[in-house]
Design a binder for this molecule. Structure first.
Ligand code: HEC
Ligand code: HEC
Length: 160
């Protein structure tokens, strides 16, 4: 049998060109991020908790959070000044604008905003304390699309 070069070349093309592209695509799929987010935001703001979408709160809270990263809810989340400015600019440009959602809240927390408390009034105090949830800031526990900034009803499931 003559050994045709074609299948081998095709296999090689697949390995060298197609496979890496597929791997990149698959990766893009498994690391969800907020649409339009700078890579620095996804990298730096999602290592300890889900990266909170900018539209979840207003400029006042984002300014407060970004100005206090060295004392960030009991941890040091400080960044070099270039990265900090880049992330701040993007958060402020995409912050909530409606008065209700943009209002400042205690500790600059999304979870202590009036709108957040109202939207979650059906979640009882004992549910928030479940080991599978622990904190209201753990959006991903109940919102499967949180990392993409999707908080629609379809993605809500409260864990046991
Ligand atoms: C070293 C870990 C760490 C990093 C990095 C980090 N955070 Fe946090 N963040 C925390 C902790 C801990 C809390 C408190 C969580 C809780 O109460 O359950 C928190 C809370 C928050 C909250 C308030 C959540 C609420 O209750 O509404 C916001 C907003 C926030 N972080 C934004 C950011 C942003 C923006 C960045 C990137 C610049 C960032 N975080 C990076 C650890 C971190
Ligand atoms: C204990 C589970 C739980 C956690 C944790 C949780 N949520 Fe929710 N969330 C819900 C439930 C239940 C609803 C109401 C679902 C509905 O009726 O649309 C809701 C509704 C919402 C809505 C309104 C959606 C709409 O279409 O009106 C937003 C926005 C939201 N959550 C954001 C967040 C954010 C941001 C976090 C984290 C900081 C968070 N949630 C944490 C359970 C949770």
């Amino acid at each position: 049998m003559t050994n045709s070069g074609f299948p081998r070349r095709a296999a090689l093309t697949f390995l060298v060109c197609v496979l890496p592209a597929l791997v990149v695509l698959a990766r893009a799929e498994v690391v969800p991020s907020i649409k339009g987010a700078p890579a620095a935001f996804t990298a730096e703001c999602s290592s300890c908790h889900v990266a909170f979408a900018p539209f979840l709160t207003g400029k006042a809270n984002w300014r407060g959070i970004m100005a206090g990263l060295d004392k960030h809810y009991g941890v040091d989340a400080s960044l070099d000044s270039k990265t900090q400015s880049e992330i701040s600019a993007w958060l402020l440009a995409n912050a909530a604008t409606s008065a209700r959602q943009a209002a400042a809240s205690p500790e600059f927390r999304i979870t202590r905003s009036d709108w957040f408390i109202r939207k979650h009034d059906e979640v009882s105090a004992s549910v928030w304390k479940r080991a599978s949830i622990k904190s209201a800031a753990n959006c991903t526990a109940c919102h499967s699309g949180a990392a993409r900034g999707d908080f629609g009803e379809d993605g809500v499931r409260i864990p046991k």
